[in-house]
Ligand binder design. Structure first.
Ligand code: ZN
Length: 243
């Protein structure tokens, strides 16, 4: 089965639409790794767009916060402000959708967790050291995570000791071997790896292959809307730099 994996859409509808158009005809299933809302001006529209496709989804910290399930004290002021704005905007359908999302999921032999399989809501997996501990917290060969907004691959050899951080090569199909992996597709709506284009992953579950991908979207149009709604300048500016 061919799967389109998205994460951290963050209410960025132009970016989500660009990803869906870019991958059109190349996937049979859609998986979302959380944080569909927060930061951006299109929370209801992004949820509605995901719901146009049969898809499987888990929740992220912003999804939890907008429902009031976790405190906003752990958010920086821009994220907090955006989250409070989102709470006001969220319609009943979107609220109902977010409230049904599980924290983790195992689907077709893959584990999905927003932050990490050890601490799905909050842990950031950026380094081999914390990824190493995460490998003990899921049973499938591959776990897909988001949260850092950085496309990345952690590979654990067959001996179960060494964990390597492998850089993604956008556009290149990679064959999974017999080791275990934690793979981050990067963020659709707010990339933080220095590349402002929307990031996503294509997965072929039977062949055991995956491909990181990038696609440009209309950042200017998104920023104009954010400015008109009074979003924090830093949230607007960072979309230009992918940081
Ligand atoms: Zn996020």
């Amino acid at each position: 089965m061919r799967v389109l994996v998205v994460s951290d859409v963050h209410a960025n509808l132009p970016a989500l639409e660009a990803v869906l158009a870019h991958a059109r005809g190349e996937y049979d299933a859609l998986w979302s790794l959380g944080d569909v809302v927060g930061y951006g001006p299109y929370p209801n529209e992004c949820i509605a767009t995901l719901c146009e496709h049969p898809h499987s989804a888990i929740s992220g910290n912003h999804d939890h916060a907008v429902l009031g399930r976790i405190s906003l004290n752990d958010f920086n002021s821009d994220a907090r402000q955006a989250n409070l704005w989102t709470r006001d905007q969220l319609d009943e359908r979107s609220r109902a959708y977010l409230s049904t999302l599980p924290e983790t999921m195992v689907i077709d032999g893959f584990t999905l967790a927003h932050g990490s399989p050890r601490a799905p809501i909050w842990e950031y997996l950026l380094y081999a050291r914390n990824a190493e501990e995460s490998f003990g917290h899921f049973d499938t060969p591959v776990c897909l995570v988001g949260h850092t907004h950085v496309p990345l691959i952690f590979g654990q050899g067959r001996d179960g000791d060494q964990v390597d951080v492998l850089p993604p090569h956008p556009g290149l199909t990679v064959q999974l071997d017999e080791g275990r992996y934690i793979i981050n597709p990067g963020s659709v709506g707010q990339p933080r790896d220095g590349d402002p284009t929307a990031a996503y992953l294509l997965l072929e579950t039977e062949l055991g292959t995956f491909e990181h991908r990038r696609v440009a979207y209309d950042v200017d149009a998104m920023q104009t809307v954010m400015r008109s709604l009074g979003f924090a300048p830093r949230l607007i500016a960072r979309l230009s730099f992918g940081w």
